[in-house]
Design a protein around this ligand. Structure first.
Ligand code: ADP
Ligand code: MG
Length: 238
């Protein structure tokens, strides 16, 4: 059984290598090299056709690129990062024992909860553990669960608190960092928290940064966290 899983992963890696990011034929999730758990989760959640930002961002992110993405509210940015997150960990054959593989930073608790709900829906066939770190519970109560999580959705202040204070919380294996609503992260004054947070993370990782608007402040944040990013900007059609 293990052997078959290995073959699947190998096949998927090859398919991602061969994927032509410029192909006009990429219209649906089924046109992408995704594992069957993700495909099933998407289908069961009734996601079929890719939105514009997903068409551009997902193929690049599957190939491991860093992304600086700007697209208006409602354009589908959540799946543009959640699908690559699930795929990166699947292809790395991530298990419970590997610890934190993906960290998703959101400006507010409400948005973090929304992201987490989408993750639960499309990730239902995956075996990764996932949690929210948004405060509201005691630091210790949260801390006890942290070490067992593969994917965390967090707000900046609370996450930084854990990185500074929770003994034994190890983020050295982190594969992928997502900064969602980077413009709001900056507007809400989280710049220094995010800077400090990123300082704790391994440099050798993939980073996806999304915002609704492009601004000087977003590019300042991007400069600190992204490596040679691909710019994905989707405008409304005239
Ligand atoms: P953004 O983060 O860019 O504001 P969301 O990711 O919250 O946008 O998505 C906005 C809405 O569009 C949500 O209701 C979501 O379920 C829906 N949506 C996202 N991607 C797709 C898709 N590929 N097909 C159909 N609906 C989608
Ligand atoms: Mg969003």
């Amino acid at each position: 059984k293990r052997k078959r899983g290995q073959d699947d992963v190998e096949k998927l890696r090859k398919a991602v290598d061969k994927l032509d990011i410029k192909s006009p034929d990429i219209k649906s999730f089924t046109d992408l090299p995704l594992c069957s758990a993700t495909s099933t989760g998407l289908r069961a959640s009734h996601f079929e056709t890719l939105t514009d930002v997903q068409k551009v961002a997902i193929p690049l992110a599957l190939k491991g690129k860093d992304i600086l993405g700007a697209a208006k509210t409602g354009s589908g940015k959540t799946l543009a990062f959640l699908v690559p997150v699930l795929e990166a960990l699947y292809r790395a054959q991530w298990t419970e024992l590997d610890g934190l593989g993906a960290l998703i930073i959101s400006p507010t608790r409400e948005l973090a909860v929304q992201i987490f709900e989408v993750l639960r829906k499309i990730g239902r066939k995956h075996t990764f553990s996932a949690g929210l770190v948004i405060g509201g519970k005691s630091l210790r109560e949260e801390a006890e669960r942290l070490g067992r999580m593969n994917i965390l959705v967090c707000t900046p202040g609370r996450m930084l608190q854990h990185l500074d204070q929770t003994a034994g919380f190890d983020v050295d294996n982190l594969q992928i960092l997502v900064l969602d609503e980077a413009d709001r992260i900056m507007d809400l004054g989280f710049q220094s928290a995010v800077d400090a947070l990123v300082d704790h993370l391994p440099k050798d990782r993939q980073t996806l940064l999304f915002s609704a608007t492009q601004s000087k402040r977003v590019s300042d944040l991007a400069r600190l966290s992204l490596k040679d990013p691909e710019y994905v900007s989707v405008h409304e059609e005239a």
